[in-house]
Design a protein around this ligand. Structure first.
Ligand SMILES: Cc1cc2nc3c(=O)[nH]c(=O)nc-3n(C[C@H](O)[C@H](O)[C@H](O)COP(=O)(O)OP(=O)(O)OC[C@H]3O[C@@H](n4cnc5c(N)ncnc54)[C@H](O)[C@@H]3O)c2cc1C
Length: 379
């Protein structure tokens, strides 16, 4: 049986970033993925680095998102240096565009909410918004400027993270489908795959939307997949520099060349593990994209795909020690896993190497939906 200090289950952005940090702390780390790593939600994402809440349930996540965004420049320069690959962080900001009849009222509510959460969002007069992004549609009535936001190409990012992890000594096992996390006497012992056992006193569960399929938990980890469809367009119209978002969708530029690749999203669908791309989903994305930038009506459709976001009952991540000693859970990042990867990796490293963390994490307690939690609190 091969043995390690730590086994990380799942080679998406979350598992990849964690494995890298742990290897940098001189631990012998194995990263196990049932397929080629980085091909699930992390590959499908739009790549917005936005700590702004997209719904009331996301409000408790804002301090965590802000902390992660602050870590991003260093996270990227380290990854780029170690891997020798570009991850392409862009810090050009985002514009939230409002189309409704009461857009001005909506704008002041949004700006007040963001400022109350420590986010320096500014109202942006619509003619100023058009100066920044001349392709913006005529129907836009108001806009908010999130100058502090960034965006990244998640496919380049995950490639660079995995290359950096590998260069730092992480042993990458592809085709390693983990079926069970093993333990004895309340302590973690390692994992079992379809063909092999791996030993480790520390295991990190980072299998994204698939985490609940792995045995060794009672009840299973509270994660379920929420499908998001996406489209890549090639447009020769005026290039976008920033993310454009509305209530109905978003556009994220990839590169500045003409014709420009623009990623448009997305849907939020409860479709189980089905990753089909549907006419209905695409129609909603096209309609939202053209409302933001009407010139996209003539764009070429380059690619369509979908991914499965790891969602939880309260839409907040599951982060922290699991039921077994030595087990750390890091999943359920739902719509924000690209943004939250650096802070997640930092916290998991702290748990494993220092047995304490530098941030308040209790709202993310992975056992919060289990009865086992009360048993732990009473012990
Ligand atoms: C359409 C879409 C748009 C998004 N846009 C954004 C965005 O703009 N910004 C943002 O921050 N977030 C965004 N997200 C969310 C983000 O993509 C996810 O939160 C994040 O990628 C989750 O990362 P992960 O590593 O936990 O999971 P994943 O990337 O899904 O990785 C999980 C890995 O675990 C592996 N695995 C699964 N089961 C097993 C097993 N039994 N054994 C071994 N390996 C296993 C899988 O093969 C996979 O490689 C978006 C998501 C989608 C779908």
């Amino acid at each position: 049986m091969r043995s390690y200090d730590v086994i990380v289950v799942g080679g998406g952005i979350v598992g990849g970033a964690i494995a890298l940090q742990l290897a940098q702390s001189k631990l012998h780390v194995a990263l196990l993925d049932r397929q080629n790593p980085g091909r699930e939600a992390s590959w499908a994402a739009a790549g917005m680095l936005s700590p702004a809440p997209d719904s009331p349930s996301a409000i408790p996540l804002v301090p965590f998102g802000r902390a992660s965004l602050n870590l991003y420049p260093e996270f990227i320069s380290e990854i780029e240096e170690i891997s020798g690959q570009r991850a392409g962080l862009r810090r050009d900001g985002a514009i939230e565009v409002l189309f409704s009849a009461d857009a001005e009222h909506q704008l002041s509510t949004l700006v007040a909410l963001h400022r109350g959460l420590g986010l320096p969002t500014e109202p942006l007069p619509i003619d100023e918004a058009r100066k920044l992004e001349p392709a913006l549609g005529r129907e836009a009535r108001a806009a908010a400027w999130m100058k502090y936001e960034g965006f990244i190409d998640p496919r380049a990012l995950i490639e660079a993270v995995l290359a950096a992890a590998s260069a730092s000594g992480v042993e990458l096992h592809t085709g390693a489908n983990v079926t069970q996390i093993t333990g004895e006497g309340g302590r973690c012992g390692g994992v079992t795959t379809a063909s092999e056992k791996f030993g480790a006193g520390q295991v990190v569960l980072a299998a994204g939307a698939f985490s609940a399929k792995i045995e060794g938990f009672a009840p299973p980890v509270s994660v379920r997949p929420i499908r998001g469809q996406m489209v890549a367009l090639s447009s020769a119209a005026i290039p976008l520099r920033r993310v454009l978002r509305s209530e109905r969708g978003y556009l994220v530029p990839r590169g500045g060349a003409s014709p420009q690749r623009i990623v448009a999203g997305s849907t939020l669908e409860d479709a189980g593990f089905e990753k089909r791309v549907t006419p209905g989903g695409l129609e909603r994305i096209f309609s939202a994209a053209q409302e933001l930038v009407p010139a996209l009506a003539g764009a070429e459709v380059l690619e369509t795909w979908s991914g499965l976001r790891p969602d939880t009952p309260d839409h907040l991540p599951l982060l922290g020690p699991g039921e077994l000693t030595g087990l750390t859970i890091a999943t359920g990042h739902y719509r924000n896993g690209i943004l939250l990867a650096p802070i997640t990796a930092k916290l998991v490293r702290e748990w494993i190497t220092e047995q304490r963390v530098s941030m308040d994490w209790q709202i993310f307690d992975p056992l919060r939906f289990n009865e086992a939690k009360s048993a732990r609190n009473n012990s």
